[in-house]
Design a protein around this ligand. Structure first.
Ligand code: 4AD
Ligand code: MG
Length: 478
């Protein structure tokens, strides 16, 4: 019954003259008891369906309310109206599902993003979220395409693990033990041998460690999956559940890693520009309108599409952490005490520092390398200076850190020494250390935060608006 449906996106590109065309979708508006703006989610553009006066019974017409779902059969003809080239003259209209206009929370008017977050189950039906989530899809597809074309193996790393890949202790525990009265051992501690897996487990914070196992067999792998962090950061850039893409490459050093990351980011942006131009144009306009409400100095210097094209045609800036700190120390912002947090060699740069570098100083994406070892994870390769590691973060305008990565410490002695210094249990990670025991190789990888990438490409400003159902502190609705 439904398989002859034509998607509105395709229909709008067809020549007039077709008869017996079948479309289905949700009514956006119904004007003058005659004109239906119908949307099916394939594009923000609606098809105009004309229900000629006197042709349809009153009861059907009355039920054509916002968000009611209908099936239409009709003839595709050239549209005399403005804003569309074709429209459908209906011969048959069937109501599939009613929508009570008194109760339906979305009206054909502008709603705030905050309000839409509260009805996240319905917000896909708005133009903004239609565009955001089609672009999100397109980026996900491009990611697989990029790595597939380069011969990477897509690897699914575990979601439940017993290790803390980042060593930062920001994990959600996974247990079936009774919360109120867990079994305890002689030392009075929770006895995890009684637990489901026989040991303490948690949701993964990163698939990297398992990814390295794959890379040291296949050469090049990537993961693309959900990761979980119980960091209590209620910001516009942090989620407790986010998606991460983590490529890991054998026989790569830090420079190869940076080159791949830059090519990768440009490739997926280009894919979105090539395949989702109408959505990006819509988001570009949306952003421009939104920014009109801001004071001039808070507005972006470039429009969304202009920014994306700029990123595509310019090389990312590459500087060391030490150079970054020197730039910050010499900046007018620092001298005028505009930074809330102090700047000195050794600090973990705050987002105000990162944003100064990309938005004010370089005005483009920046790759910062060779961070102090004390602020980075145990697995990063130690540089000869004894102070820094072969890390790289990519900072993007408007976002801050979008990628974190490094060359990995492939030398067993140095790795175990560093793990001991940082209290990372070497016995539990015996399997990880085996890669260094049996044919160790120089290797590198990085993690791209998918939602931060979607923010960058869509010009949205709150990470809660680029994932379908955000998980943040005190919020797990839907
Ligand atoms: O810098 P991170 O913590 O690096 C890792 O997890 C490494 N294991 C990656 C690797 O080398 N394979 O996280 C990587 C990226 C960040 O740059 C950021 O874009 C994103 O993941 N990210 C978050 N995105 C949303 N919400 C959060 N709470 C995030 N934490 C990190
Ligand atoms: Mg990081």
């Amino acid at each position: 019954m439904f398989n002859k449906r034509i998607k509105i996106k395709d229909l709008l590109k067809m020549e007039p003259g077709l008869s017996g065309v079948v479309v289905m979708g949700w009514v956006r508006t119904f004007r003058n008891n005659q004109f239906i703006a119908l949307n099916d989610g394939s594009t923000n553009a609606n098809i105009q369906v004309v229900a000629e006066l006197g042709q349809f019974d009153e009861n059907t017409l009355k039920r054509l309310t916002t968000s009611s779902s209908i099936k239409v059969i009709g003839n595709l003809i050239a549209s005399p109206g403005k804003g569309q080239t074709v429209e459908i003259h209906a011969t048959h209209i069937e109501i599939l599902g009613d929508s009570d206009p008194e109760k339906y929370p979305l009206q054909p008017k502008k709603h705030s993003l905050e309000f839409l977050r509260e009805i996240a189950h319905l917000r896909f039906r708005t133009n903004t979220f239609g565009s955001v989530f089609r672009v999100r899809h397109s980026l996900a597809f491009a990611i697989h395409k990029f790595f597939n074309e380069k011969g990477f193996v897509y690897m699914n790393t575990p979601i439940i693990t017993a290790s803390d890949a980042e060593g930062a202790g920001e994990m959600f525990h996974v247990t079936t033990l009774p919360i109120g009265k867990p079994p305890v051992n002689e030392n009075g501690q929770v006895d995890y041998t009684e637990d489901f897996f026989g040991k303490a487990t948690n949701l993964t914070v990163s698939g990297q460690l398992e990814g390295e196992l794959g890379a040291t067999a296949f050469g090049d792998i990537y993961t693309f999956g959900p990761t979980f962090r119980a960091e209590n950061s209620n910001t516009t850039r942090h989620l407790a559940e986010f998606w991460m893409i983590e490529p890991e490459m054998a026989f790569h050093d830090l420079e190869d890693n940076m080159n791949l990351a830059e090519d990768f980011i440009k490739y997926i942006i280009q894919h979105a520009v090539d395949n989702n131009l109408d959505d990006l144009q819509f988001l570009d306009q949306r952003l421009a309108e939104e920014e009109k409400l801001l004071p001039t100095d808070k507005r972006s210097e470039m429009g969304l599409l202009e920014k994306l094209n700029f990123v595509l045609t310019n090389q990312f800036e590459r500087i060391t952490y030490t150079e970054a700190i020197d730039i910050l120390l010499a900046s007018p912002a620092y001298k005028k005490k505009k930074f809330q947090y102090d700047v000195k060699w050794g600090i973990d740069m705050q987002s105000e520092h990162e944003r100064y570098l990309v938005e004010k100083h370089f005005k483009k994406p920046v790759i910062v390398t060779n961070y102090p070892k004390d602020i980075k994870a145990f697995y990063m390769r130690q540089n000869d200076d004894g102070k820094t590691v072969a890390a790289m973060d990519i900072l993007a305008p408007g976002i801050g850190e979008i990628v974190g990565g490094s060359q990995r410490e492939e030398r067993l002695d140095l790795l175990t020494q560093r793990m001991n210094e940082m209290n990372i249990p070497t016995e539990e990670l015996w399997w990880y250390l085996d890669t260094r025991r049996f044919g160790t190789v120089p290797h590198a990888g990085f993690g791209l935060g998918f939602e931060r990438m979607v923010l960058f490409v869509t010009g949205m400003t709150n990470i809660r608006d680029v994932i379908a159902f955000p998980r943040t502190p005190k919020n797990a609705e839907f």
